[in-house]
Design a protein around this ligand. Structure first.
Ligand code: SAH
Length: 204
């Protein structure tokens, strides 16, 4: 409840998002070593040198994405699965891709234990998306991208939105990309964040 109150103070207004964060046991998505800090508004290390995003960042991205019941949402960067769970609470059909196999496997077990069977997790390269399940109503990228991946844009429905942090390794601008009929895009920039990098399958 304190975390939800803090997020409200920081400007998060979407009730669905606040309710999901109030309901999901974040401590079960983190390493034991950080348990006592699980409801602080901070990012923490997870397996494979990655991080579970700060709750404010999760709320901010979800608020921009505005997922709704029945929508197909593709997430790039499953990580701990926490963001996937927040999306699932909206009733969206969640597909999520992770490039680190141990993280993908550990998170699949966690999501099953927490009854999030509806979240479909995939091991692979998020730059390629999931052509077999496209098109998606919405796409959420939870790692810092060097640019807007065109393959992902191709898997977005007309009228759909992608939320993606775009920039350098040290700083990214939260960006929304709306796909218009005819194929043009409307790009809007928001605040600056710092994510772990979005890496292709050639990087070890
Ligand atoms: N949404 C996650 C955030 C994890 S950090 C959570 O709630 O915990 C971002 C994740 O993106 C990392 O796990 C990283 O391995 C993954 N990632 C980076 N580049 C990727 C790519 N090309 N495809 C899939 N996942 C990627």
């Amino acid at each position: 409840r304190q975390l939800v109150a803090q997020l409200r103070e920081k400007g998060i207004q979407n009730e669905m998002v606040l309710e999901a964060i109030g309901k999901i046991p974040r401590h079960l998505f983190m390493d034991n070593a950080f348990l006592e800090f699980a409801y602080q508004d901070k990012a923490f290390p997870i397996a494979c040198g990655q991080t579970i995003s700060q709750p404010f960042t999760v709320a901010y991205q979800t608020q921009l994405l505005d997922p709704a019941k029945g929508e197909k949402v593709l997430e790039i960067g499953t990580g701990s699965g926490y963001q996937s769970a927040v999306l699932a609470e909206s009733g969206a059909k969640v597909f999520s891709i992770e490039r680190h196999k141990p993280l993908h496997e550990e998170t699949r077990k966690r999501l099953d234990l927490l009854n999030y069977f509806s979240i479909k997790t995939h091991y692979g390269d998020g730059f390629k998306g999931l052509p077999a399940f496209a098109p998606f109503d919405k796409i959420l990228v939870t790692c810092g991208a060097p640019e807007i991946p065109q393959l992902l844009l191709g898997q977005l429905k007309v009228g759909g939105i992608m939320v993606i942090p775009v920039g350098s390794l040290t700083e990214q601008v939260m960006t929304t990309v709306i796909k218009k009929p005819g194929g043009e895009t409307e790009v809007i920039h928001f605040d600056t964040f710092r994510f772990v990098p979005m890496l292709g399958d050639k990087v070890r």
